[in-house]
Design a protein around this ligand. Structure first.
Ligand code: SF4
Length: 417
């Protein structure tokens, strides 16, 4: 396994994990609607703004700190920027992000946020998420969760019957699909956090009776805070793949026993509905190999769905995984597992393993395509991959990607023997 961990490390190259600021701004906060984001930084950090994730919402600006701001401080510039975006865009809230430069010079972004909020009466949240504050983007998730949790502290809690929150889903199509599925089994979805969330919905999250945690790595912290403060219990759920989906629905049924017959009926109907089509996809995909490159949590999600398609996972690359995650993956899969590979390492692994498919996000799409290997964005890109219909769509995408003839033609004369 270690043969791929070369000494050729190129710091800052995309496949490597992100910083706390990225975890806060892009992963957690970027999907909330009608919010304007201000990155208090020199222009470089603002690379993490619109296009980095397809589902990013709202406008994102940077204060573009220059040498003079670094010497004399950038608080006035930041305040002006906040007031200007409130005047121009009339957002529900403004989010200010600290970055390494503004953190190091000690700009007081909390003070600026309070002042702007007093002047305009618009909520302004300050996220102290400078890249140096944590070892990886995980710390940024925590900062974002803590800050957004404070929105729930205003007002009394009024429990909504059968109210649930979905926490840790950051794909708007997945969130829509989950909301639809949960409504069909008789639940009221208070908020999907953070895909499709609004400031108002986040405030109302405290009124739910149960939190469904879809990504525990990014959001279990919030679920725990809500359990402590409001007594709302949480369940870890996973709606990727049939077995995971059925298991999660049955766990929800245990919590809402009056819904159990509706839930069983829903599962039966859906299994029958997708069975025939899935059989076709399986027939074509059986024995094909796949390489997964995602955050560790998402890698765990994809294991069963690929087993259900009878495909073999031949290698895994994770971003910012913990040692325990990697050991667990090794035990479960018995295949090479590396964390935070550089471009060179990833390329070497892929050329050695020659998978029939790579599943990752767009950060490595071009590298994979250059190696003439079929690539699928595991985040769905405008589609839902959760639930029964989502799994059918996922299977179709895998089937079409693996069987696209262009890759066989492209491989003929490059890299592959
Ligand atoms: S916050 Fe720091 S680590 Fe993150 S992108 Fe900006 S400079 Fe880089």
């Amino acid at each position: 396994m270690s043969k791929w961990l070369s000494s050729k490390q190129h710091l800052g190259i995309l496949p490597r994990g992100g910083c706390s600021f990225l975890g806060c701004r892009v992963v957690i906060c970027g999907q909330i609607r009608n919010v304007v984001h201000i990155v208090h930084s020199p222009i470089g950090c603002a690379y993490y703004s619109w296009d980095y994730r397809a589902d990013s919402r709202g406008y994102c600006f940077t204060t573009d700190l220059n040498e003079m701001d670094i010497i004399f401080g950038g608080e006035n510039k930041l305040l002006k920027a906040v007031l200007k975006v409130i005047e121009e865009f009339k957002p529900d809230a403004v989010f200010i992000y600290e970055t390494c430069s503004s953190g190091i010079i000690g700009d007081d972004i909390q003070f600026v946020a309070e002042k702007a909020s007093q002047i305009t009466e618009v909520p302004v949240l300050a996220f102290e998420c400078a890249g140096f504050r944590g070892r990886s983007q995980n710390f940024g998730h925590k900062i974002a969760n803590l800050c957004l949790f404070k929105l729930m502290l205003d007002g009394e809690r009024n429990a909504i019957p059968n109210g649930v929150n979905v926490i840790g889903d950051f794909n708007s199509k997945d969130a829509e699909a989950l909301e639809g599925m949960l409504r069909r089994i008789g639940l009221n979805v208070v908020c999907t956090f953070t895909a499709n969330a609004t400031i108002e919905k986040i405030r109302n999250m405290k009124n739910a009776s149960l939190n469904l945690v879809q990504c525990s790595r990014s959001s279990e912290f919030l679920a725990k805070l809500m359990e402590e403060k409001f007594g709302i219990p949480y369940l870890d759920v996973n709606f990727f793949g049939i077995e995971n989906c059925c298991e999660s629905l049955r766990r929800i049924a245990e919590f809402f026993p009056t819904h159990s017959s509706v839930i069983e009926d829903f599962i039966d109907r859906n299994l029958r509905r997708i069975e025939g089509k899935l059989r076709e996809y399986r027939k074509s995909l059986e024995g094909k190999t796949v390489f997964i490159c995602h955050g560790a949590q998402r890698v765990f999600y994809w294991i069963k769905p690929f087993e259900e398609l009878e495909m073999d996972i031949v290698g895994v690359a994770t971003y910012f995984s913990k040692k325990d995650d990697r050991e667990k993956l090794l035990r479960m899969l018995g295949v090479p597992v590396v964390d935070n590979p550089s471009v060179d390492e990833l390329e070497e692994m892929l050329l050695d393993l020659k998978p029939d498919l790579v599943v990752s996000d767009d950060k490595i799409r071009h590298l994979v395509h250059k190696l003439s290997i079929p690539f699928l964005n595991g985040r769905g890109q405008g589609k839902a991959y959760v639930g029964f219909s989502g799994f059918l769509d996922f299977s179709k995408d895998v089937y079409e990607t693996v069987n696209t003839k262009i890759w066989t033609l492209a491989r003929r004369d490059r890299f592959w023997n």
